[in-house]
Design a protein around this ligand. Structure first.
Ligand code: B1M
Length: 210
């Protein structure tokens, strides 16, 4: 579809003033929000492959990421569910040492879409920050951790360990995810769940909070 091709292209090129209006136009034309999101996710995949091949560098990845964020900001209301009483409470963050937040933001958006109230601690979140949050918010029963780098996967482990050491493990479920993360790794570090994408993460979050 032409508009999605255009959106994919503008995201790759980092045209952040154009992605938002294009997403709005696609919504106005009645396109499925998931289809619109997939076009931008594909764009990030293409940028990532170019980076791997040495055809582009960090600044290009950064502007593409900003363009995608401008697009997802417009998409957010279309993906959110209605409802008044939250299904439960969740805290989310990208783990220590890791600055990637697009995937985490999508996971947050989709979990919110299930009627869960989500507190986002942002990126590069130290294990102690999760522990502090949980200590102060006993109503929070779900921790969602994102990691995009093989080098920050140990921070997932460190965060789970910090929660155990603080004596808070029994009060929460812990979900992990991000491109390099696997079910095997999640089992190894004692997480309750691994999911490969934002949609599956939202399903699992609702299941764990039910
Ligand atoms: Co970086 N980066 N990056 N980057 N970056 C990757 C991840 C990389 C694969 C690129 C590559 O080499 N091909 C590579 C990692 C290699 C590895 O470790 N395996 C990489 C690298 C090396 C780096 C730097 C080290 C580069 C450098 O400085 N030399 C550096 C590290 C900085 C740091 O974090 N300390 C770096 C920096 C950056 C930018 C800041 C420039 C920018 C991020 C901006 C931002 O996020 N605001 C950036 C970007 C944009 C990328 C790519 C191109 C795109 C990431 C993205 O947003 N994808 C990426 C290549 C790629 O992914 N193909 C790359 C789209 C997003 C929707 O997907 O985040 O995977 P993703 O999320 C998915 C799933 O993973 C899952 O659901 C999401 C959607 O369905 N998911 C979860 C995510 N979290 C989840 C949690 C869950 C469940 C599912 O449960 C809780």
């Amino acid at each position: 579809m032409a508009i999605l091709d255009d959106l994919r292209e503008k995201t790759i090129k980092g045209k952040r003033k154009e992605t938002g209006p294009l997403v709005q136009q696609a919504l106005d034309e009645g396109l499925d929000p998931q289809e619109i999101l997939d076009a931008m996710i594909e764009a990030m995949g293409i940028i990532g492959e170019r980076f791997t091949r040495g055809e582009c560098f960090v600044p290009e990845m950064l502007v593409a990421a900003r363009a995608m964020t401008a697009g997802t900001d417009v998409l957010k209301p279309a993906m959110a569910a209605g409802g008044t009483e939250p299904l439960g409470y969740c805290v989310i963050g990208t783990v220590a040492g890791d600055m990637h937040d697009i995937g985490k933001n999508l996971v947050r958006m989709m979990i919110e879409g299930k009627g869960v109230e989500v507190t986002d601690l942002g990126v590069d979140v130290a294990p102690e920050a999760f522990v502090d949050y949980l200590s102060q918010h006993p109503e929070c029963k779900l921790v969602a951790l994102s990691a995009l780098l093989t080098t920050t996967m140990p921070s997932l482990d460190a965060t789970v360990k910090a929660i155990v050491d603080a004596g808070l493990r029994d009060q929460v479920k812990i979900m992990v995810g991000g491109a390099p993360v696997t079910q095997e790794f999640a089992d190894e570090i004692g997480a309750d769940a691994y999911t490969p994408d934002a949609g599956a993460a939202a399903e699992k979050a609702a299941e764990l909070l039910a």
